[in-house]
Ligand binder design. Structure first.
Ligand code: ATP
Ligand code: MG
Length: 168
């Protein structure tokens, strides 16, 4: 059984990694789909698709099933989004998501959806982690060390702080 896990992963954090490990308990292969891959260098979307591919691929090196990390471009049209996703990735049997809109869209298309548990959601959320990065908090303990290394290597903290400023 091949599972699809889709998200924006801005950045990939320990909650996402816990979900991948949960999926590896019941699936034989995992596709990680990176949403909004074309958006980067914005406060809500600081990292490029390539940077996210590196974060995810390196953080999952010990996963016990094979995995593919692929960009899934936006179509800005929810009613056809599921067909679009299907056209972009290898065939999958089950979608893993806890995002209500994603769940609804796949269920309407008759595709099986499993919702993994939420892990320490107060701290393990992209939004909370981006805030820590912006204000100099301890973000490193919340993401896999391989992802932290990618962020360090591209000057990611300086980037998020700089792009969060205004010219006013
Ligand atoms: P943001 O705050 O930017 O939306 P996020 O942490 O929700 O970031 P996404 O890329 O939106 O990350 O999430 C991808 C998928 O991972 C979604 O299905 C989301 O519900 C799930 N997810 C996010 N955080 C956790 C967590 N701590 N535990 C389990 N699943 C999570
Ligand atoms: Mg989210």
């Amino acid at each position: 059984m091949r599972g699809l896990y889709i998200g924006r992963f801005q950045p990939f954090h320990n909650g996402h990694k816990a979900v991948a490990e949960y999926i590896a308990e019941e699936a034989d292969e995992l596709i990680v789909g990176i949403g909004s891959p074309q958006i980067s260098h914005e406060p809500l979307h600081p990292f490029t698709a390539g940077e996210r591919i590196l974060m995810i691929t390196q953080s999952l090196a010990d996963l016990k099933i094979p995995y593919y990390v692929l960009p899934v471009t936006d179509v800005y049209r929810n009613a056809i989004w599921v067909s679009h996703v299907i056209s972009m990735v290898p065939k999958f049997d089950v979608v893993y998501s806890s995002n209500p809109q994603v769940i609804r869209l796949f269920e309407e298309a008759g595709i099986e959806v499993h919702s993994p548990p939420m892990y320490d959601r107060d701290r393990l959320s992209g939004t909370a982690i981006r805030e820590l990065m912006k204000y100099g908090g301890n973000w490193e303990e919340l993401i896999p060390k391989e992802a932290a290394e990618v962020i360090r290597s591209i000057g990611g903290i300086r980037r998020i702080q700089q792009i969060s400023q205004s010219d006013e």
